[in-house]
Design a binder for this molecule. Sequence first.
Ligand code: NAD
Length: 375
Amino acid sequence: MKKINAALIGLGFGGAFAGIYKEHPNVGELTIFDTDRKKAERVSEWIGGCRIADSFEQILADKSIDAVHLVTPIPLHADMTVAVLDAGKHCACTVPMATSLDDIRRIVAAKRRSGKNYMMMETTLYTYQYFYARHMLDSGEFGRIQFFRGSHYQDMAGWPDYWMGLPPMWYGTHAIAPMVGLSGSRICRVNCFGSGTMSESLVRRYGNPFPVESALFEFESGVKGEATRSLFETARVYQEGMHVYGSDMSFEWGFSDGDDPYITKLLPATENRGRPVECAVTPMPNYYEDLPQELWHFTVGGNFDPLNPQDSLKKGAGGGHHGSHAHLVHEFVMSVVEERKPWIDEHLGGNITAAGICAHESALKNGEPVIVPRF
Ligand SMILES: NC(=O)c1ccc[n+]([C@@H]2O[C@H](COP(=O)([O-])OP(=O)(O)OC[C@H]3O[C@@H](n4cnc5c(N)ncnc54)[C@H](O)[C@@H]3O)[C@@H](O)[C@H]2O)c1
């Protein structure tokens, strides 16, 4: 069996992926790194031991490492991705890919130069819910897709500094990605409004006045989708929601993130006004069979707590984000092993990220349309 050596960098949220790499049958040696050495030691101990690097540069220079997964703070994504690709290694990076169109272009250019893989590790494209909607689409149950909707409501008070005042659509990927994935198309144009007001201290860092942004996206296929994103001073229970409206059936996320979705079916017309509907709250199956058996247990359980990995382990850590983590690692690793592109490559990741960057630009222009460039 072909094995690759992987490195995982940034062990806050990133810590949730360490055990998955360690147990993946196609991964030989795992190296981890965090500027906080204690975090790295805790994670290594938690997964039963792995190599700990002393610096990012040491990983870049290490010829035995084939692939690097970055889970570092947002402002570092673009520079670190380019450095990994230029070091001749495959690179996966958590979302967002970047926070400017120029940085997306730099990543696409580095990917081309290196001939290595780039993958954006978008959790929402590997959730139980996404797989279920994908099956509905492939089996034709939706009928014609009439409209998409995405949502991501999360309060970021108390999160690290770089989050404070972040333009909501710069981290719009969780709301945008499922629409792009299911459309089989790309977003080509956006109109977006920013709404609300927030504390001056939040506005200052990025010059962003908006706690909430709501965008209408046009897809090349002609279908449209709406996404709303709130980050600050907005009272709403957490939700990273995907909503798909078809001519025959629709899929709508539950009210809060962990609630089961609503599936609605339009029934044949009767003599009454309006066609009747059937609507059911539907529990999602776990699509673990698509993974090597060693990874099945990572698709269930609670969220990873970097301050308390031992307790996370007892709860079956790694199942966070609706089972997606193990699928993401598997796709990245197998794309390298099988010498093919990963699904969320620089073009798909670039479109999802750029749609959000352009949405914020539109919001700053009070809703003027902005063309989303092709990557
Ligand atoms: N669903 C998702 O896809 C999802 C969820 C949460 C976070 N994220 C993304 O993951 C990233 C990390 O999130 P987080 O909440 O862990 O952030 P964080 O800022 O709390 O933690 C980042 C970690 O990286 C380490 N770090 C900082 N600079 C580093 C460097 N130069 N080299 C190596 N390590 C470094 C820090 O010590 C820390 O352990 C963010 O970019 C965020 O956007 C994605």
